[in-house]
Structures are given as structure tokens and as C-alpha cells.
Design a protein around this ligand. Structure first.
Ligand SMILES: [Zn+2]
Ligand SMILES: [Zn+2]
Length: 179
């Protein structure tokens, strides 16, 4: 079956992109994948449309194409998804947080990320699930991800960010470290 966009039939399914429930009746993306745990059969991963556009751009675009559902935000979703196809590492972004320790090394420059400084969380999509896959410095985003146009994405996956924090992140994103 093709990927589909359809109203959620219950409020129980959780979005694979952000872990939060998808309210009943809200349009959601269903990504169909071969079931990795069985010889045959399919499984469906559900996403909020925004989360799908950020994290599963190809499935979202296919869903928009094949679904009859009227998707009001289709132009924005499509633009977001195309950005992810253009820069294939962007969908790995899972949010931003202050580093709780000084032990993690940046996946891009291999330098450690100082305690309490910002780090971008990465996840890799493997066999139907997102696997935590380390961190990068905010200032390494342009070099690692191919784009520093990230504020909306970070805000989406890290909803607690305050305005002044977003402003600081925007500055850091524009100030790549030299190598
Ligand atoms: Zn979500
Ligand atoms: Zn780095």
C-alpha cells in the first residue's frame, strides 16, 4: 500500500517523529514499510504532518501526491520536505538541548561539547525506527547538515525553547566554527 494522509481514527496512535499522540480526527501521515520482523506483511508508522515533513520527507511527499484528503498546509509541508530531500542529513535533527555533561563528542568536528552548552540531537532512521545517534555543536550545523536554516525545525522538536534562547541559537547557527 502507498503512504497515505488520512484523519486519525482514534487518539491513541503516537507520532513516531515526536512521540506525542495524534488527536482523533487530525490528518496524519501513514508511512507503510515492510515489516522487518516478519517475512511478509507491512507496518504503518504514523506521523503528525509537520513531523513527517521534517523527518520522513519522501513519504510525506508521496502521501500528499496519492491522498485525496484536503491538506490546507500542503505548500508549507512540501517546501519543508523538499528541504529535507535537498539536504539528506536534515531529517536526522531531533531537537536541541543543553548538554547535561561534557562527555559527548560532536559527530562533525569530534571535539567535545562543553557541559551546559547547546547541542543538536541526531537520530538515524533504521528498520522502521529512529535510533539516537549522537550530537553536533550548533555551530557545526551548516557543515554537517548542509543547511543552517534550522530554527523552525528546532522549535518544532524542542517546544520549550524561550524567545531569547531561540535568538541565541540563531546567532550560533550563523557563526560556524573554523576547522
Ligand atoms: Zn509528531
Ligand atoms: Zn562540532
Amino acid at each position: 500500500m502507498a503512504h497515505a494522509i488520512e484523519p486519525a481514527t482514534s487518539g491513541r496512535a503516537k507520532c513516531r517523529g515526536c512521540g506525542k499522540p495524534i488527536p482523533k480526527g487530525e490528518l496524519r501521515l501513514g508511512e507503510r514499510l515492510p515489516n522487518p520482523f516478519a517475512e511478509e506483511g507491512e507496518m504503518t508508522l504514523w506521523f503528525h504532518l509537520d513531523c513527517g515533513a521534517y523527518k520522513r520527507p519522501q513519504a510525506l511527499l508521496e502521501g500528499l501526491e496519492t491522498s485525496e484528503a484536503q491538506v490546507e498546509s500542503a505548500p508549507e509541508l512540501e517546501a519543508r520536505a523538499r528541504q529535507g530531500l535537498e539536504h539528506p542529513r536534515l531529517p536526522r535533527v531531533d531537537g536541541v538541548e543543553r548538554s547535561p555533561t561534557g562527555r559527548a563528542a560532536c559527530r562533525h568536528c569530534r571535539e567535545t561539547i562543553p557541559k551546559a552548552s547547546w547541542r543538536i540531537r541526531l537520530v538515524f532512521f533504521e528498520e522502521g525506527r529512529f535510533v539516537p545517534s549522537g550530537f553536533i555543536h550548533v555551530a557545526c550545523a551548516q557543515a554537517y547538515l548542509g543547511s543552517a536554516d534550522l530554527i523552525a525545525r528546532l522549535k518544532h522538536f524542542s517546544k520549550d525553547l524561550e524567545e531569547d534562547e531561540l535568538a541565541a541559537l540563531a546567532r550560533d547557527l550563523q557563526a560556524p566554527l573554523g576547522d
